[in-house]
Design a protein around this ligand. Structure first.
Ligand code: GLN
Ligand code: ZN
Length: 782
């Protein structure tokens, strides 16, 4: 018997596409619109108008760059704040504490959506955490057995319709159901062992409704992002993710048949699919997008692939270097031999991890600019490769040559390889990665510093006041001379020192007023780096960062922090802590050259810092802190890659810090509380004192520290600086008392969770006073 129903042919898919595009606007228009709305200066309609304008501009831009508009090459992937929060809004999974913000249909307006993201009073916002191995942070969904899912927002449909009315057939992009649940955390009251992924069957009907609506609106393809497939660092196992993917796409692809739903492209950015490719290929989805920058293309036929569109993500969505298009075309040609129904050129990830366009960087050295591809240039690369696929290699001959020339020009350019830097790294001996025994250091430092028990300190920065920002801007514009600017910064340092002395802190800092950013400041003062004017990328919500570009061999032309630090030390008899950013963090928060192993680049940065630390020591500074808040952030997604990463990252830190005498105290600061997870690395850093976040988790890490038998100095943050809330003396006393019950008081330092630069003095002064009062109270009990 033959079946009488036939599946309609798969709708046309373009030869080139991108997985997503920056949403914040070339001049951070969305950020400005949102912040004006939050400040009560504009209405939600004003923000909607700005957003619609940006979406229209993006569609026109992408079409102008050559992406097709008659088939779905242009993604519809806007977000006001975060795409995971958008999914929460679409599926109606607003946490109970915010339930009142939704209307009877479960829908949030822009004000409600913003409140879920930012919190109100005692209702904490959704937790924010790193999106895979990027610097982007998403809002963690809270899913419990009681969570009700419903199709609460048709925003993706409306935005698709908006594009269509504008003459552009877009491809709506959504977080896939498996990744959505795999990234969620259980609600507070959820029973032990409950996993949000257990709720998959209840969530899928919402996706079914949404897909049906999208098809009715005319969408021919939809993109569902399932990066959970490339990670084995989630709370759920890779096996559970794969099983869930099989089930989810059985339901989505077969329970709703085309044309009642669009064709489905499942994208797996941020890594290698490995065995998960076979799982995806075995489903009935119509397309798969592979990350061929982090991952490798399959070399043997994969069952199920012959009926699918495969997007070869050969253009790096994660970094800013122009691609060698010839090599990329070869990868796509190899992919074509595997027999997929169609191979398309694409990006490895969404492009929202890179800035909009190199054209907006007139101040960059033109040679360097010629090596770079921001989002728009990457779109052009995809379009070129697509033409190569459809018209043949000859059709893009000139572009292939030009791209190859750019890569060769970069390799040969002065500064990219500097023999004196290479020789220094090559000549390193094992001894330069290690300090002497801790016991000896401890007694030498105790004798030199003569600190009280439970020494108090801060993490480095003090509030960046409007006056500081104004002075920096005036200096950049030339309205303040360098001398005037530095005078103002010294005046600020004097105020910060006086304040710390008045409060009674034991180890003082200069407050970092002269630093715009803890990485860019060093990038501006080291050779091998460039900084951009408009190279903003979204970090979370309306927050953007402007990563520096590490393009060449790194060295330190002159001391960077020594004058500021010795000036500060001249104002006080208390020890002043020199303040540097560590090699791993400098790499993590920059766009880093891709032509040599990260470990080599890290060692070059480490040597520059080592020189700086030795100069600080020679100038009489007894304590130096080297911040590594990003140490865990760069941790690879696959457990198999952890050891190699931790090895080079920890070694670069010890290379930077091991040149000092035993009586010089090295501190480090880590910005998270997963002490237990990377205790091996923390131990490997061999810092004399480590400060770490602890207040939000109510000192839970104390158990990990005690359990690990960690013997060096440790400062678990006693209050959360991420919130404007001033802690009471009583609650800090309680946390400290708890700490001294489990940890040797000799080891314990007292400090806030992180730097104070985003806070106001109205919050900082009483908070530090309470911290000191609590310390005195607990000292009295010792
Ligand atoms: N020293 C830096 C500061 O206090 C550390 C910041 C961070 O950990 N991100 O601002
Ligand atoms: Zn921090």
């Amino acid at each position: 018997m033959t079946s009488t129903t036939t599946t309609p042919a798969v709708p046309e898919f373009p030869a080139g596409t991108i997985l997503g595009y920056p949403r914040i606007g070339p001049h951070r228009e969305l950020k400005k619109a949102l912040e004006a709305f939050w400040a009560g200066k504009t209405s939600a309609d004003d923000v909607e108008a700005v957003a619609a304008g940006l979406r229209k501009q993006t569609r026109a831009r992408l079409a102008g760059l050559g992406l097709r508009t008659d088939v779905p090459a242009i993604p519809s992937a806007f977000s006001f704040y975060d795409h995971v929060l958008d999914t929460t809004a679409v599926v109606g999974a607003v946490p109970a504490r915010f339930a009142d913000l939704a209307d009877a249909d479960g829908r949030l307006d822009l004000a409600g959506y913003s409140t879920v993201a930012r919190g109100r009073g005692d209702d904490l916002p959704l937790e924010m955490t790193k999106w895979f191995d990027t610097n982007y942070h998403y809002l963690v969904p809270e899913i419990g057995p009681e969570t009700t899912f419903r199709y609460a927002s048709d925003r993706p449909v409306r935005e698709f319709a908006e594009g269509l009315a504008d003459g552009v057939l877009t491809r709506p992009v959504l977080v896939g159901p498996v990744t959505y649940l795999a990234l969620a955390k259980p609600t507070e009251g959820a029973p032990e062992g409950f996993e949000p992924l257990d709720r998959l069957a209840d969530l899928l009907p919402v996706y079914v409704d949404l897909l049906r609506d999208l098809a009715a609106a005319g969408a021919t393809w939809v993109q569902l992002d399932e990066p959970a497939l490339v990670s084995d660092s989630l709370t759920v196992t890779p096996e559970a993710v794969r099983a869930a993917v099989t089930e989810a796409y059985r339901v989505l692809a077969t329970e709703l048949a085309r044309p009642d739903r669009p064709a489905i492209l499942v994208a797996a950015p941020y890594g290698d699919l490995g065995a998960a490719l076979g799982v995806l290929a075995a489903t009935d989805v119509e397309g798969i997008a592979l990350d061929l920058v982090r991952g490798a293309a399959p070399t043997v036929a994969v069952k199920g692939l012959t009926s699918k569109v495969v997007v070869g993500g050969v253009i790096d969505g994660h970094n800013i270097w122009r691609a060698d298009l010839d090599t990329k075309l070869q990868v796509l040609e190899q992919l074509e031999t595997l027999g997929a129904a169609q191979v398309a050129a694409g990006t490895s990830t969404s492009l929202f991890h890179v800035p909009h366009t190199v054209e907006d960087e007139p101040a960059l050295d033109p040679t360097l600019r010629g090596w770079l591809a921001f989002a728009d240039q990457k779109v052009a690369e995809v379009v070129t490769l697509a033409e190569g696929l459809t018209e043949g290699r000859e059709a893009i001959h000139a572009e292939l040559l030009a791209a190859g020339d750019a890569v060769r020009s970069r390799a040969a350019a002065p500064g990219v390889v500097r023999p004196e830097v290479r020789e220094r790294v090559a000549a390193l001996t094992e001894g330069e990665f290690h300090r002497g025994p801790f016991a000896e250091r401890r007694s030498a430092q105790a004798a030199r510093l003569a600190l009280p028990p439970l020494p108090t300190t801060t993490i480095g920065s003090f509030p960046q006041t409007p006056e500081i920002r104004k002075a920096r801007a005036a200096h950049a514009k030339g309205d303040l001379t360098t001398e005037q600017y530095e005078d103002e910064m010294r005046a600020e340092i004097r105020r910060v020192v006086e304040l710390q002395e008045a409060i009674g802190l034991d180890v003082l800092v200069h407050g970092e007023p002269e630093r715009n950013d803890m990485v860019q400041y060093f990038a501006e003062n080291l050779d091998g780096f460039a900084v951009t004017q408009n190279g903003w990328v979204q970090s979370y919500g309306s927050r953007c960062t402007r990563p520096s570009i590490l393009w060449g061999d790194v060295s330190r032309p002159a001391p960077i922090t020594v004058a500021w630090t010795t000036y500060t030390q001249s104002l006080t008899t208390k020890p002043v802590k020199g303040m540097l950013t560590g090699p791993v963090t400098i790499l993590a928060w920059s766009f880093v050259r891709d032509d040599q192993p990260l470990a080599d680049t890290a060692n070059q940065v480490a040597l520059a810092l080592r020189d700086e630390i030795e100069d600080l020591e020679a100038a009489g500074i007894a304590v130096v802190q080297v911040d590594e808040p990003a140490l865990r952030e760069l941790l690879p997604l696959k457990a198999a890659d952890h050891a190699a990463y931790l090895d080079w990252s920890v070694r670069s830190f010890t290379l930077a810090t091991s040149g000092v005498r035993p009586d010089t105290q090295i501190h480090t600061h880590l910005c998270y509380s997963e002490f237990g997870e990377i205790i091996g690395a923390i131990d490997g850093l061999d810092a004399d004192v480590t400060s770490i976040e602890a207040a939000r988790s109510k000192m839970e890490i104390i158990g990990d520290i005690a359990g690990a038998g960690y013997a060096r100095g440790i400062g678990p943050g006693v209050y959360d600086i991420h919130s404007p809330r001033v802690p009471t003396e009583g609650e800090v006393t309680e946390l400290l008392a708890e700490a001294v019950r489990s940890i040797d008081a000799d080891q314990l330092w007292v400090n806030p969770d992180c730097g104070l630069k985003t806070r106001r003095y109205e919050e900082v002064n009483p908070s530090l006073e309470h911290m000191l009062a609590a310390t005195r109270a607990v000292r009295a009990t010792l």
